[in-house]
Write a protein that binds this ligand. Structure first.
Ligand SMILES: O=C(O)CCC(=O)C(=O)O
Ligand SMILES: [Fe+2]
Length: 362
């Protein structure tokens, strides 16, 4: 990543991560989801108190934080360990080896070391792969271009077990995400499977994030502040820590404590829109440090590319009219990705660009 500290990485002073103000007294909720391990969620009866208690916790966490950690989730720990081990081996390869699977404008999957968030370069390197074969998306962000293209994974020769470890892990993430999606649907007063149909040909992907030690952690960020644009993100982080979540009430940045074997879950833009702002997609960022590498593995649970995202009929009425006009998920996503590659001169696409006129003053 260069020997001198490159100005591309420098955050403007109001977005720098240090000094962190006060001693933190708050934490995002930790939720034990073991009641879902013995019951299929669609068979849930409202008389089951373990489940109704769980749904209440999910509802509070989504409303007040947009973020929570889950424990006793049923994902076998060895599936995660295998990806972590293989990912560390991959990122330790010489740059020339990693660049053999580098992404490009045509195929955004594989390795990349110069992502930008809000036009500032992130102090990280990544490896992306999709989960469904095939994963279909619009060929371009141009609204007049109806062409659909297939995203193809690029697997490196080394380490040879990376591919299988990643594929097995992704299968677990899909299972866990449906469970969470059903709990979230119930927490919104909807039938458990109300949202499942939007994921028939889901455009989900997994990202391996590697944050190398940074010589100037007070100037740069591992990832600048952003909101996730999909439905849900399910993230594994190692024990180093660095993820911070912006608290909705007072704007304070809250450090997310690493808990061994927990997954961090956050509401993305799509659920914000479906819920008509009952739940919010919350800003987060990643601090880096000068001593330790950090590895994190987000699974981005995205709807099918052709889904038109809009507030759900059940959640709008005269008092709460739809706050968004509908938008096409795939098109939104490919427009957003444009700015991951390079600096743009305009603000990146955001869901507030689809706010209805009647809701624009809020
Ligand atoms: O590394 C992390 O903890 C968060 C990563 C993240 O926010 C992202 O990749 O969108
Ligand atoms: Fe994120």
């Amino acid at each position: 990543m260069g020997e001198v500290f490159d100005s591309d990485f420098i955050q403007s002073s109001e977005h720098r991560p240090y000094p962190t103000s006060t001693i933190q007294t708050k934490d995002i909720p930790v939720i034990d989801i073991s009641p879902t391990n013995s019951t299929s969620i669609s068979q849930i009866h409202s008389t089951d108190t373990a489940i109704t208690g769980l749904i209440a916790k999910i509802s509070d966490a989504c409303r007040n934080w947009g973020f929570f950690q889950v424990i006793n989730h049923g994902v076998p720990p060895e599936k995660r360990e295998k990806v972590e081990t293989a990912a560390r081996k991959f990122f330790a390869l010489p740059p020339g080896e990693k660049k053999k699977v580098r992404r490009d404008q045509l195929n955004p999957l594989g390795y990349y070391d110069s992502e930008h968030t809000k036009n500032v370069r992130d102090w990280k390197e990544i490896f992306d792969f999709t989960v469904e074969i095939p994963t279909l998306v619009p060929a371009s962000h141009d609204p007049d271009d109806a062409e659909i293209t297939e995203l193809r994974n690029r697997w490196p020769d080394f380490p040879p077990d990376l591919r299988v470890a990643c594929e097995d892990y992704a299968t677990e993430m899909v299972k866990l995400s449906y469970k969470l999606l059903e709990l979230i649907a119930l927490s919104l007063g909807l039938p458990a499977d109300r949202l499942n149909g939007f994921f028939k040909d889901h455009a989900s992907f997994v990202r391996l994030n590697h944050y190398p030690p940074c010589p100037s952690p007070h100037l740069a960020l591992g990832i600048g502040r952003h909101k996730d644009s999909g439905a849900l993100t399910v993230l594994a982080q190692d024990d180093v820590g660095g993820l911070e979540v912006k608290q909705q009430l007072d704007g304070e940045w809250i450090f997310v404590k690493p808990i061994p074997d927990a997954y961090i879950v956050n509401i993305g833009d799509v659920i914000q829109v479906w819920s008509n702002d009952k739940y919010e997609s919350v800003e987060h960022r990643v601090k880096v440090n000068s001593k330790n590498d950090r590895l994190s593995i987000p699974f981005f649970f995205n709807p099918s590319h052709y889904v038109m995202v809009k507030p759900l009929d059940e959640l709008i009425d005269e008092q709460k009219p739809a706050r968004y006009r509908e938008y096409n998920f795939g098109r939104f996503y490919s427009t957003r990705r444009l700015s991951d590659f390079k600096k743009l001169n305009v603000e990146n696409i955001q869901i507030h660009h689809f706010r209805s006129a009647s809701a624009s003053c809020s």
